[in-house]
Design a protein around this ligand. Structure first.
Ligand code: ATP
Ligand code: MG
Ligand code: MG
Ligand code: MG
Length: 356
């Protein structure tokens, strides 16, 4: 009997389209001999709908990004604001969602990667791929993620948190210098992130970040090249780090376009001394444990030639598109895309829900 996996994607975050593209790859690569796959889209307004069945519809063509269209067949679940707790319209969608063994929430950003969907699934007692409520929430919030990473002895960027309605003071401007990076506390795919070299541009950058989150981080620029490492939990409970990837892109930083639209390249393994490579892998696992992550995480670093290693962030549901680093790092480390997905689903089933 095949395991019934609901692949949930889209959602209410600014990373809606990227989640769709990630889901396109996941739907293509899940082993159909082992899994019965039910695609479940969440529209930008939060309506849940079964389909589309064809992953080809979930790809980027030119500069056009895909989107979930709730259409008439929408199955409304918690998440469509203002529609109450649950309104299950039976029919095809209701049948499809009955008796799901495990959910693969391939959702990035708010209302998906941040513990909210994870909480819903915990309440329902349905196992799911990836981090639980706490780790998802903390991983999404760069303010608290950095606190926990620092408490574990890992280096993170110097910075200041601007709560809603507050502005950066002169002392912090002096301390952090230039260039600065300004980013929403809870977002992803570099949405709302700016590199600021001119003090006159700082206010506009903060306003830009606030379009994604009223809480904003202003950070000193960290020197070094960008390196990522893919951490994976196996069904036996062991946690391993992949070979790291070195990022190459043409712009000033790794922005949205370099991630998904322009040509950017990954060196896997990253061109680092063996000692630095091992240190990155060990720090990736340390970061994973610091945030009490389950399942998987992509840990992003800055690494200098001298071997200074700074953790940038922990992504609990990293990109899974065909060009994404996480599946590529595991492929080079010896686990191909279908095997990676099988591992994720089996680890989720083994873990189950509730306290553990
Ligand atoms: P992701 O898609 O990886 O989830 P994100 O939206 O969470 O990205 P960050 O990874 O924090 O955002 O930042 C995006 C990019 O901005 C980084 O990959 C890096 O190129 C640049 N960047 C961010 N913060 C800094 C910093 N303090 N110093 C140097 N570069 C930075
Ligand atoms: Mg991120
Ligand atoms: Mg992310
Ligand atoms: Mg990042």
């Amino acid at each position: 009997e095949r395991v019934r996996v609901a692949v949930v994607f889209g959602g209410r975050s600014s990373e809606h389209a990227i989640s769709c593209v990630s889901a396109g790859s996941v739907l293509t690569h899940l082993d159909r001999d082992r899994f019965e796959v039910i695609p479940v889209g969440i529209s930008r307004d939060g309506a849940w709908v079964v389909g589309p069945g064809d992953p080809e519809q979930l790809t980027i063509s030119g500069r056009t990004l895909p989107e979930v269209d709730a259409g008439a067949d929408a199955l409304v679940l918690p998440g469509e604001p203002g529609r109450g707790l649950v309104r299950l319209d039976a029919g095809r969608a209701g049948e499809a969602l009955a008796d799901i063994d495990v959910v693969f929430p391939i959702l990035h950003g708010a209302f998906g990667e941040d513990g909210t969907v994870q909480g819903l699934l915990e309440m329902a007692g349905v196992p799911y791929v990836g981090a639980g409520v706490l780790a998802s929430a903390v991983g999404m919030d760069k303010e608290f993620a950095k606190k926990l990473l620092r408490a574990e002895g890992l280096d993170v960027a110097e910075g200041v948190v601007l709560r809603p309605g507050t502005d950066i003071g002169f002392a912090d401007r002096d301390r952090l210098g230039l260039p600065l990076f300004v980013k929403p506390a809870r977002a992803g795919s570099s949405m709302g992130v700016s590199r600021v070299t001119d003090p006159a541009a700082l206010d506009a950058a903060i306003a830009q970040a606030r379009l994604h989150d009223p809480k904003v981080l202003v950070e000193a620029a960290v020197p070094g090249r960008e390196v990522e490492c893919a951490v994976l939990e196996f069904p036996d409970g062991s946690v391993r780090a992949s070979l790291p990837a070195g990022l190459r892109y043409s712009g000033e930083f790794y922005d949205f376009d370099s991630k998904y639209l322009d040509v950017s390249e990954l060196d896997i393994p990253a061109k680092l001394d063996d000692e630095i490579t091992e240190s990155v892998r060990w720090k990736a696992i340390t970061a994973f444990r610091a945030l009490d992550v389950q399942g998987l995480a992509r840990v992003d670093f800055f690494v200098t030639d001298e071997g200074a290693i700074t953790v940038n962030e922990v992504n609990t549901m990293p990109g899974f598109t065909a060009s994404s680093a996480f599946p590529k790092m595991w492929a080079v480390t010896g686990l191909d895309y279908p095997e990676l997905l099988t591992t994720l689903v089996e680890t989720a089933l083994r873990r189950g829900t509730g306290l553990r």
